[in-house]
Design a protein around this ligand. Sequence first.
Ligand SMILES: Cc1cc2nc3c(=O)[nH]c(=O)nc-3n(C[C@H](O)[C@H](O)[C@H](O)COP(=O)(O)OP(=O)(O)OC[C@H]3O[C@@H](n4cnc5c(N)ncnc54)[C@H](O)[C@@H]3O)c2cc1C
Length: 374
Amino acid sequence: MDFNLTEQEKMLQVTAKEFAVKSVQPRAAEIDRSGKFPFDLAQKMGELGYRGLPYPVEYGGSGAGYLSYALVLEQICQASMTTGAIMAVNTVPEEAIFRFGNEKQKKAFLTPLAQGKKLGGIAFTEAETGSDPKAITTIARKSGKGFVISGEKHFVAMASAVNLEMLFTRREGTGLNAFIVDTASKGFIVREPCETMGLRGLGTAEVHFDDVHVPEGNLLGAEGKGYDVLLTAISLGRLGVAVEAVAVAQAALDLSIEFARQRKARGKSIAQLPSTQWNLAEMASRVEAARWLTYRTAFLRDQGQDIRYESSMAKLFASQVAVDVTRMALQVHGSYGTMTSLPVERLYRDAKMTELYVGVSEIQRSIIANELVE
Ligand SMILES: Cc1cc2nc3c(=O)[nH]c(=O)nc-3n(C[C@H](O)[C@H](O)[C@H](O)COP(=O)(O)OP(=O)(O)OC[C@H]3O[C@@H](n4cnc5c(N)ncnc54)[C@H](O)[C@@H]3O)c2cc1C
């Protein structure tokens, strides 16, 4: 067992931190308040190569691997979880294309995503479900040499920003299908924006597919086998959310240490109080445990292992840690923690999102338990 990062990983971490502190952190409050998608930061992350870290150079990536992806994402999310989430969401269709796409699809779709020239998203959730693939009603009908898609998707992150959407549909008599849809296609319509309490500025919206024509060559994997594509791609999505959770918790801990050192109660620093120290020690220990569970999941993916089970565990645990640690951070800050002029309350709102999106905690528990008892 070697817990040391390589020189390349350490360097990536340092440069990502520089970018996060200099370019992302000063924008975090404004992105959260305005709810506006930060197109410039999305582009900058593309230029820095952050949108293709795990994928081979031949497909536009840098071949740095999944742990490197986690390290960079962590630094960016510490500054702004929304900004990091752009990178994480884009990686979900990338992973699906990399694992299930044929050579032509990898060249046509993965390469521009990994190069940062195009942005990708995933549209799975519908009005009636975000948890049950069997309840998907968006339909793909066969039409000549392609398909015609109609339906509605809810809570689609980066809906107005993406060029390619990985869309999950059903076709009568078959299972799920996964398509790569060009968002410039006629009938791809972004409707209601979703005003969410956290992850604000991620451009989450409702999208309608009004008879969108999709060529046959845009079907990912075999027809009716979209569930496999979903499970593999979403595993990487869960790894991304686990990293987001670790980052938000670390940011809350850092702010709490700084605040506790400065704040006085009855003439001495609150950092000297046993109750504050209890909070800080709990926070630090939980963040560290969540971090290593998450890094290990990324490491296993680098080893070529399937991480469906491990990514559920990492997401379940790290998101609980994020919620607990940001709640404790609010306690350390007292009423100042609730002020919208300070970042703690944003971290608390963002932390809660990690227990909900890309699969609620109940679903993660069910995946883990099924693996244990099957
Ligand atoms: C900011 C944001 C961004 C998002 N981005 C995307 C995106 O890009 N693409 C996308 O497709 N979706 C996206 N989502 C949707 C998100 O992934 C889903 O909302 C989430 O998976 C939960 O689905 P749901 O809201 O339909 O909850 P439901 O499935 O309706 O579940 C509601 C509650 O019922 C219980 N429950 C449901 N099923 C079970 C079960 N099997 N076992 C036990 N309890 C259960 C749980 O308590 C759960 O919390 C996003 C959501 C948000 C908030």
